[in-house]
Design a protein around this ligand. Sequence first.
Ligand code: GLN
Length: 200
Amino acid sequence: MATTIGVLAVQGAFAEHINALEQLGVHGIEIRKPADLTDHPLDGLILPGGESTVIGKLLRELALFEPLKDLIEAGLPVLGTCAGLILLASKIAEDDTIHFGTMNMVARRNAYGRQLGSFQTEAEFDACGQIPMVFIRAPYIETVGHDVDILARVDHHIVAARQGNMVVTSFHPELTADLTVHQYFLRLVQQRILQTYLVR
Ligand code: GLN
């Protein structure tokens, strides 16, 4: 059966993620309402960039918050980019808001300043070599817990990390032609499919 990845599509850069998935031969479906989570069995989930406060509010209004949190806590592979990273953080610096809070890290919103916060660079991503990274009013990760692996740094700041089933980037991998981050995430998805199959 084809791999199916749900892409949260309530606000932000979701279409570009679906496009990246399609390029890799994976079916991406838009998640807008609770029924979208049950109509198709999902192998993974992408939380896109956008505005985390707006996405967080919509998640609650659309009754998506609890079912998504349950899926993430149950081990569904999830890729959070930019605002998606903020949604997963267990703590947001100088902010009392917590959204899913499932990943052991402190994220700082708009960490590069509000106006000059957009830039492009290249840096090493895990063992995959140099990749292009587009930052748009991006967060970075200030600190991580011992159970979190750091995947990328730019100017000494952590910009990508993984904890179990959760992968986050403070940049936008869906806005360049490079598919490294999506491929990395899909390897995780395949591993989980295999594990589930083997324990059956
Ligand atoms: N600044 C946004 C936030 O705090 C994130 C920006 C983005 O996703 N490109 O939610």
